[in-house]
Design a binder for this molecule. Structure first.
Ligand SMILES: Cc1ncc(COP(=O)(O)O)c(C=O)c1O
Ligand SMILES: [Zn+2]
Length: 564
């Protein structure tokens, strides 16, 4: 075990400022009795030594161990938590007209959620305190993560889950050896039952933002984002130790929010990096809630510091069902006054639609709670809350497994039935006739005309991920006209701004040729059209879509209606 280099941290009361030594058993400030305190470190010293420490360490959350509330670093329960990739979402960015969208891919944690950070640091802290039994309430992911780490550390865990948590998740908790207690009530009520149980049995209770290791674990997301964005923006010149460095922060951090632990911890992380003198700015924090359980969003829009609890959450997204955020919201409200905040809600429907978009456009299978954050980003872009050149990081967590059956509906597979499967050698004709009905004989033929290769790739991907089409591409006006005359496609998707013959010219030529005049045209353009330009298109095209302003399924709906 490694005894850490710097001065140990202290707990500081959020109400009276009193500082006292942190232990998991100190539940209240010795001076005023408040249950709210936060860890403080020697930021001056750390700002000086951190860059050189980091340059020698592997990329997991323990690389920040001097900034975690652990006295002695003990890697024996580690499963590689933290250190998740920051992935550029090029297709989503192009679709939304906001190119710098990055995904903090927390799915790659040991149990696939960002709660692995909380469990790793939390269990390390329990272990250090010699605690062997603990209690928590959870909407699923916290219980899964804690159960995995508790199993490794030999800690007995009681998980109080609301009956809304999908059975698949409950079983995952149980398989790690945690005692699941299913509470048929809201999540807020389940939390109360868990607290009472812990109190009666004198067991340690995970208290979300009131538990110092939990908040501290979350801030490692912010630390990693700073390091990763810096490496992306400046791949050659890795920040050298000891010298003032251009560490990068995003403009916005997006996360789906239930109790608010994540954004509170992440915000603390960005503040600490600044306090250490390493960065200059604090990003805006975007907290996205499910519309049926959005107490923070309601309060924010009414400029209130205190959120009214939602007594009966109405959302299928059980993960985000904290109806009463209590002081967590108030802290988030107060602490984002200067740096900026977005609080928005999204419907379950928007969320499920976003799951499809992410899977089909970015190859990411995410759980509804994570899709809420992305649906919130789409909404924020449409509301103009996010600017096109902003750098955005979205927290992405979880797998779709428990919900795939809900969102895919019928008809998601095409079945091949080999008639003579008992025979060792299947006659070839049998195979051919079996696969014949997988697809239609002839697909609708679509020509994509755009001079930007990435734009053509995106349009092709949108169409091919949601239907069967034969796709032709042309990269300028002349090619487009040749292609149209030769292939006579069922539909043309046309860009307007192209060198030489632009979209208007193509349109005029198509209409002048009796062979191509009838082909429907959908214009997809980044151009802000002037009234005369709009007039020129009138009657000539079937639809006009502004690049960055439509979602993949909206384009597909348009195309389907036109090639029927
Ligand atoms: C995937 C996911 N997103 C978001 C949240 C919200 O967490 P919090 O508001 O506690 O940060 C949770 C909580 O379990 C979650 O599992
Ligand atoms: Zn106090």
């Amino acid at each position: 075990m490694e005894v850490l280099l710097t001065q140990p941290f202290v707990a500081e009361c959020l109400d009276c400022g009193h500082q006292f030594p942190f232990t998991l058993n100190t539940l209240a400030c010795p001076a005023c009795g408040s249950q709210w305190s936060e860890a403080r470190y020697d930021y001056t010293t750390l700002g000086r030594i951190l860059p050189s420490l980091l340059s020698k360490r592997s990329f997991d959350l323990w690389r920040y161990r001097e900034l975690l509330p652990i006295y002695e670093y003990n890697p024996s329960f580690s499963m590689g938590e933290g250190g998740t990739p920051l992935v550029h979402a090029a297709n989503l960015g192009m679709m939304l007209g906001v190119p710098k969208i990055y995904i903090k891919d927390e799915r790659q944690g040991p149990t696939n959620s960002f709660k692995d950070r909380q469990a790793a640091v939390g269990v390390a802290s329990l272990k250090e305190a010699g605690i062997t039994e603990a209690v928590l309430a959870s909407t699923g992911n916290v219980a899964i993560s804690y159960s995995a780490y508790a199993a490794r550390a030999g800690i007995k865990l009681w998980a109080f889950l609301t009956s809304l948590v999908p059975a698949e998740k409950m079983r995952e908790v149980a398989i790690y050896g945690t005692q699941v207690v299913k509470v048929t009530a809201t999540y807020d009520q389940a939390k109360k039952v868990a607290a009472e149980f812990a109190h009666q049995r004198n067991l340690c209770l995970e208290r979300g933002p009131k538990t110092i290791p939990s908040v501290e674990s979350m801030k490692t997301i912010a630390y990693e984002i700073v390091e990763q964005l810096t490496a992306i923006t400046d791949p050659e010149q890795k920040p050298a130790p000891q010298q003032p460095t251009p560490w990068q922060v995003p403009d916005w951090y997006f996360q789906a929010v239930s109790g608010g632990l994540g954004p509170l911890g992440v915000l603390k992380g960005f503040h600490e990096w600044k306090r250490m003198g390493l960065t200059e700015r604090i990003p805006g924090i975007a907290s996205i809630q499910a519309e049926g359980c959005a107490p923070m969003v309601h309060a924010w829009h009414d400029h209130r510091e205190v959120a009214d609890p939602v007594r009966n959450p109405r959302t299928h997204i059980a993960t985000l069902a904290t109806g009463d955020p209590g002081r967590n919201y108030t802290l988030l409200y107060q602490r984002t006054q200067e740096s900026g905040a977005i609080f928005e809600s999204v419907t379950d429907e928007e969320t499920f639609r976003t799951i499809h978009i992410l899977a089909k456009m970015e190859g990411l299978s995410v759980e509804p709670a994570a899709a809420v954050a992305f649906a919130g980003l789409i909404k924020a872009v449409r509301l103009g809350l996010v600017k096109p050149d902003d750098t955005i990081v979205v927290n992405c967590t979880g797998h779709t497994m428990p919900v795939e059956k809900m969102i895919l509906g019928e008809g998601w597979s095409r079945d091949v039935d080999i008639p003579s499967r008992a025979l060792p050698d299947i006659p070839e004709e049998g195979l051919i006739s079996a696969i014949r009905h997988i697809t239609a004989e002839r697909f609708p033929r679509i020509a994509i005309v755009d001079d930007i290769p990435e734009a053509r790739r995106l349009l092709r991907r949108i169409l091919q991920s949601q239907g069967d089409y034969s796709i032709y591409e042309a990269s300028d006006g002349r090619q487009a006209l040749e292609l149209a005359a030769r292939e006579l496609p069922d539909l043309i998707i046309l860009d307007l701004m192209m060198p030489e013959i632009d979209g208007f010219g193509v349109l005029d030529a198509l209409k002048a040729n009796p062979n191509t005049a009838h082909i429907p045209v959908v214009v997809v353009t980044a151009k802000e059209l002037t009234p005369p330009e709009k007039e020129r298109l009138r009657g000539q095209i079937q639809a006009l879509m502004q690049k960055g302003e439509f979602l993949s399924d909206e384009l597909v709906d348009e195309v389907r209606a036109l090639v029927k």
